[in-house]
Design a protein around this ligand. Structure first.
Ligand code: SF4
Length: 326
């Protein structure tokens, strides 16, 4: 699953009864140490009326959200405004990344009604901008590319004024899949590099850094006007120089928008937090990224790929227009 990882205060709640563990492949791992979170990571409990309404819409359409599945720390704030990031193609991922809280295992077949349900939910939530992500579906011959494209088309047909941002898997070893998704014409194509190449083997073992980078480059080659976006988690043991190199790689691939947020450990079986990066260091990363030519930068401890995505999309368009002198 390709989303920046998240928080928890309730580490390792054991499955009730005979329920299957969420991450069976991690059960035999040693527990990782858990660092106490600094003050700048604290978030409010999700209790608002808007939160309950968003939850009701998601449940009534039988949909999944990465906000819940990844235990995102921003859920209280986002759902109050009905900004949920819908996660398509089920709640079970075929990868087993060391940072991600999404359930792993063999997924159920695709739900043919899902594109319609997603489009209806977007309309009910009244979204001007929606972010759609998915689990990795290595079990499908096209990695779920056609289903992704159907979801984008259904939203376009139902609410043509809504702008669509997709946060995709890497479609590794799925020839022609990326092209299907690009040709569905989302407004923003996001694919997270997640971490620096040195840490891929331990943090994102099923993925390949240069394949992910190439995917982003391919989007720009096929549709130069499509906005591209990518994210990094920090606090996993990367150095400043490595982060700067990833920024350069992204710029070489034409990425417009970079997001950088603090990695938070979902359970004791997931990768440990190496350190909590101070907010001032995020500001320094933001300055570096702007100097390297990104149109948009979001760098803060609680930055996530989809956080404030609607407002940021408006800024992204304005930044492109300003640079073009329009
Ligand atoms: S930041 Fe993204 S994943 Fe987290 S709650 Fe907001 S919309 Fe959901």
């Amino acid at each position: 699953m390709n989303v920046m990882a998240t928080l928890i205060d309730s580490l390792d709640a054991p499955p009730a009864g005979n329920e299957r563990p969420r991450h069976p492949e991690k059960q035999s791992r040693e527990d990782s140490p858990v660092l106490r979170k600094p003050d700048w990571i604290r978030v409010k409990a999700p209790v608002s009326k808007g939160y309950s309404e968003t939850r009701a819409i998601v449940r009534s359409k039988n949909l999944h959200t990465v906000c819940e599945e990844a235990a995102c720390p921003n859920i209280g704030e986002c759902w109050q405004k009905k900004h949920a990031t819908l996660m398509i193609m089920g709640d079970t991922c075929t990868r087993a990344c060391a940072f991600c809280n999404v359930k792993t295992g063999l997924p159920a077949p695709l739900d043919a009604d899902e594109p319609r349900h997603v489009a209806e939910a977007v309309a009910e939530m009244g979204l001007h901008h929606v972010v759609i992500t998915s689990v990795d579906r290595d079990d499908l011959s096209d990695g779920g590319a056609d289903h992704f494209a159907q979801v984008v088309s259904a939203i376009r047909a139902h609410t043509p004024e809504t702008t669509v941002e997709i946060l995709t898997p890497d479609f590794l070893r799925k020839k022609g899949a990326a092209e299907i998704v690009i040709d569905s014409k989302p407004d923003v194509f996001n694919h997270n590099l997640e971490t620096v190449p040195r840490l891929y083997l331990s943090i994102r073992p099923g993925a390949r850094y240069f394949h992910s980078l190439r995917l982003l480059e391919k989007v720009k080659e096929r549709d130069p006007l499509m906005f591209t976006k990518s994210g990094l988690m920090v606090g996993l043991g990367e150095s400043r120089e490595e982060v700067m190199q990833v920024m350069d790689d992204m710029r070489s691939a034409g990425v417009d928008f970079i997001t950088i947020g603090q990695y938070l450990q979902p359970t004791r079986k997931h990768a440990a937090v190496d350190r909590f990066v101070h907010p001032d260091e995020f500001k320094a990363y933001e300055s570096m990224a702007r100097a390297k030519g990104f149109l948009m930068v979001s760098a803060s401890p609680l930055t996530r790929s989809s956080h404030h995505a609607g407002e940021d999309f408006a800024k992204l368009k304005a930044a492109r227009a300003a640079r073009a002198g329009v």
